[in-house]
Design a protein around this ligand. Structure first.
Ligand code: ADP
Ligand code: MG
Length: 330
């Protein structure tokens, strides 16, 4: 299947600022793709380039297999939420969709017929006749998503869709995005919130100062630091356990050497997925070794992100495995 989004060397400068710096982005179809980066890293600029709202300084972008850029016809097949739409507060949700749809050039008859379906799709069926002025932040954003869905797009491009929402609104909108993805729409969303990527995104690209420092499935990015931490009462036990685990084929690394004070536990880290915990416990018990603690290490995206962004000048920090899918580069 053709990627939903593909860019090559996409670049945009503003005077001396390289807001987007030669990015190669590949967004596979039918994924929820997180475009993660701190404020000012170039997320909105990239999205504006993709949607043809801005002309690139260099490079190119393709959406759904077609060229993108100012005036590109493919944009009609893409639903977008870049800026908060300013809804008419005294009009109902349904009336707002109608007004915005007609203004966007859609025929009123078919649109009127679709509005109830759209409202139901974003979970606003019950409040469709209510004035938008009384809506919560989450309800407003769901209405904005209904607007992005007006043309039944194959691809949704959302710029920080939960930014500025109250906590309940954040949950509502994340659930809605997950539901839309279940329906088979490709979702590309930018965010500076790591938990959003962890909860929602199958894939992630990390943007730092206009450059992509990593691009991979979220699971892989998280998988790098996974392991099982095993603590023992004495360094002797730990050493015996390490030998036993190694002879059983496990890769054992000693925990990052913080100075061990007398009486502290001796710790090993086994390079294995958390599910292997019971296997490790059984193996140790078979050797009469009983750890004081055995716990999975579930790395957070936050740790991975900090690792990726540690060196300010490196576009490929050590251990990041920064790859550019689709180009075969190493
Ligand atoms: N229209 C513009 N004129 C000048 N500089 C801009 C413009 N738009 C964005 N920038 C600059 O480009 C960089 C990236 O901005 P932006 O794409 O908005 O980042 P993000 O959306 O990740 O917060 C920032 O340094 C910002 O100041
Ligand atoms: Mg932005």
């Amino acid at each position: 299947m053709e990627p939903a989004i593909e860019t090559r060397g996409l670049t945009r400068t503003f005077g001396p600022v390289r807001a987007v710096d030669a990015i190669d982005l590949v967004v596979p179809a039918r994924r929820v793709f997180g475009f993660l980066g701190p404020n000012g890293s170039g997320k909105t600029t990239t999205i504006r380039l993709l949607l043809g709202l801005l002309r690139p300084t260099a490079g190119e972008a393709r959406l759904l297999g077609e060229p993108a850029g100012p005036g590109a016809p493919v944009v009609a097949r893409v639903g977008a939420l870049v800026e908060r739409p300013a809804f008419y507060p005294y009009l109902s949700a349904a009336e707002n969709l109608l007004v915005f749809g007609v203004t966007a050039g859609l025929a009123e008859g078919p649109l009127r017929a679709r509005v109830p379906t759209l409202l139901a799709r974003v979970g606003l069926a019950d409040v469709g006749e209510r004035g938008v002025g009384g809506f919560s932040t989450g309800m407003r954003q769901r209405l904005a998503l209904a607007l992005a869905l007006l043309r039944e797009p194959e691809l949704l491009v959302l710029d920080e869709p939960t930014n500025g929402l109250d906590p309940a609104g954040v949950v509502e909108v994340r659930q809605l995005i997950a539901a839309l993805a279940q329906d088979g729409i490709t979702v590309f969303l930018s965010t500076h919130v790591l938990t959003e990527v962890e909860q929602l995104c199958t894939d992630v690209a990390v943007l730092v100062r206009g450059r992509i420092v990593a691009q991979r499935p979220t699971r892989e990015l998280l998988g790098d630091g996974a392991g099982i931490r095993v603590r023992f009462d004495s360094p002797d036990q730990a050493a015996t356990a390490a030998a036993a685990l190694r002879s059983a084929g496990f890769v054992v690394r000693d925990e990052a050497p913080t100075p061990v004070a007398p009486g502290t536990l001796a710790t090993l880290v086994v390079d294995a997925p958390p599910e292997a915990g019971s296997h490790v416990a059984r193996l140790l018990a078979g050797r009469d070794l009983y750890p004081a603690e055995l716990a999975p290490i579930r790395p957070t995206l936050e740790a991975a992100f900090l690792e990726l962004t540690r060196d300010p000048d490196a576009s490929r920090p050590p251990g990041a495995g920064a790859r550019t899918p689709g180009t075969g580069e190493r």
